[in-house]
Design a binder for this molecule. Structure first.
Ligand SMILES: NC(=O)c1ccc[n+]([C@@H]2O[C@H](COP(=O)([O-])OP(=O)(O)OC[C@H]3O[C@@H](n4cnc5c(N)ncnc54)[C@H](O)[C@@H]3O)[C@@H](O)[C@H]2O)c1
Length: 450
């Protein structure tokens, strides 16, 4: 395809496959002539690269590569062992480099997955979009607030797809919860409580440090980037979440998933007020971010959100959200959504036992005339609806399928840069509240701190 760039080809091929080639004729007869009937040719493949081939990056790329028509062709990472393992995983033909810019300059790459530490997300995403690549950027989209507007603006001006990697947004259980809430299954929403606890050293981010980690095998300056310059430190390199210089703590690591889920299910844009508290209660290992964090948030849509993460004794990966409404509650946890209705007795109740016997009698007589007993057995709680994802369901696969569909169709994704900033911006309010020792305000429409 000498005269046609890969992206135009992909777009044309997918539209042609959808039977819309007549519409394209007016726009680009040359492209259509080249691509008609080739939708299933090997060139209809989306070729992607992985930048940041650590724990999440490797699993993201392996999942993405399972989506039909997607192929991994290159990997960038700052630790040689992960570049070598990428070849073990995906073959010797994979192009590997320490310098992600070498990936961005390659013409055979349509899209990149960014799974580096948080403090690199903005820089690499902006560079990638300016180089014409679509971007799947792991959550949290930002490290600091200033990252958000720049990423949104670059996605807009370059017309690139940017999808953030909170995969629950493509989860079929979350889609069902969204549908149930909109259909009034629990009445008027008034409260959401959510948690993502852990109870293990690995859960508390004490990831393994390879035995060959040193300043030769690890590109320390490349890892540091804009972070303060300090001598090589293997713990910081491999367990970066424990320090604010590279990560965003529990808020950006885990609250952000709960915000993405809440925003997706409710359609809310974000909170207006936030307050949080937290501390290092157990993992006093030199980290500078809390291992217990509690946050409270006010939503202008008329509900309150409370979030909790506990790394001290919080159970294994106990992730879940409970939506409470005027008519019942909806639990989203463990691959299922369950709605329970709590019928409310219409009568207002009485507290008359401290009155005289005569007054009690008169009061109760009058009360029963006004509220005859309709349901002598009292209120019952009934499970109305239960939806369980199939065994082995993988929402990251669906998230990548949605991403690659958008790369082909050029249609917007749900978890775009604005969605990503609204979730991460809301999450980071917790850190700000602790830092300022006060309630903090956020404008979820304009995405600005007030
Ligand atoms: N969506 C999810 O459920 C989920 C789960 C885990 C992690 N994540 C996100 O994925 C990202 C990565 O997390 P992780 O646990 O895989 O971390 P990790 O430390 O295991 O991997 C990060 C990799 O990035 C590399 N790196 C650092 N600086 C680089 C640079 N300038 N250029 C290229 N490579 C560089 C490191 O060498 C490392 O291999 C984080 O933002 C995290 O929040 C998302």
């Amino acid at each position: 395809m000498p005269t046609l760039d890969r992206r135009t080809f992909l777009k044309t091929a997918s539209l042609a496959a959808a039977g819309t080639n007549l519409h394209l004729l007016a726009e680009a007869p040359h492209e259509l002539a080249l691509t008609a009937g080739q939708a299933s040719s090997p060139n209809n493949q989306i070729q992607f690269a992985l930048i940041g081939a650590g724990i999440r990056g490797q699993s993201d790329a392996a999942t993405a590569a399972q989506v039909p028509g997607a192929k991994i062709v290159a990997v960038a990472d700052a630790y040689d062992g992960r570049l070598a393992h990428s070849k073990e995983l995906w073959g010797n033909d994979i192009f590997t480099t320490r310098d992600y810019r070498e990936i961005l300059s390659r013409k055979d790459i349509d899209a990149v997955i960014i799974a580096t530490p948080d403090h690199w997300h903005r820089q690499i995403a902006v560079d990638a979009m300016k180089a014409g690549k679509d971007v799947y950027c792991e959550k949290p989209m930002i490290h600091i607030y200033a990252d958000g507007p720049q990423m949104i603006e670059t996605a807009r001006t370059t017309n690139r797809i940017l999808q953030v990697g909170s995969q629950r947004v493509s989860n079929i259980v979350y889609a069902k919860a969204k549908e149930l809430l909109a259909a009034g299954a629990i009445g008027q929403l008034n409260m959401v409580t959510a948690r993502w606890d852990r109870n293990s050293s690995t859960g508390a981010w004490n990831y393994s440090v390879p035995l060959d980690a040193d300043s030769q095998t690890c590109d320390w300056p490349r890892f540091l980037g804009s972070a303060p310059k300090i001598p090589f430190n293997a713990e910081r390199f491999f367990q970066w979440r424990k320090w604010k210089d590279y990560g965003t703590g529990v808020a950006g690591d885990l609250f952000v998933h709960l915000f993405s889920g809440t925003h997706y299910i409710t359609g809310a844009l974000g909170p207006t007020r936030a307050m949080a508290t937290g501390a290092i209660r157990f993992w006093k290992d030199g980290r500078d971010v809390p291992d217990v964090l509690l946050g409270l948030f006010d939503y202008p849509e008329g509900f309150n959100l409370s979030l909790r993460v506990n790394f001290v004794n919080g159970g294994e990966e106990s992730e879940g959200l409970t939506f409470t409404g005027s008519e019942g509650s909806m639990e989203v946890y463990n691959g299922a959504v369950v709605v329970a209705r709590t019928p409310r007795e219409k009568e207002p109740g009485y507290t008359v036992s401290t009155f005289t016997n005569e007054m009690q009698k008169r009061y109760l007589d009058q009360y029963r005339q006004k509220y005859p007993v309709e349901n002598p057995t009292g209120p019952t709680s009934a499970t109305l609806e239960k939806f369980v994802a199939p065994k082995g369901y993988n929402d990251t696969y669906d998230h990548f399928r949605n991403f690659f569909d958008a790369v082909r169709s050029r249609k917007p994704v749900t978890e775009d840069a604005e969605f990503g900033f609204r979730a991460a911006g809301a999450a980071l309010l917790s850190n700000l509240s602790i830092e300022r020792n006060s309630v903090v305000q956020w404008n979820p429409k304009t995405m600005k701190l007030a």
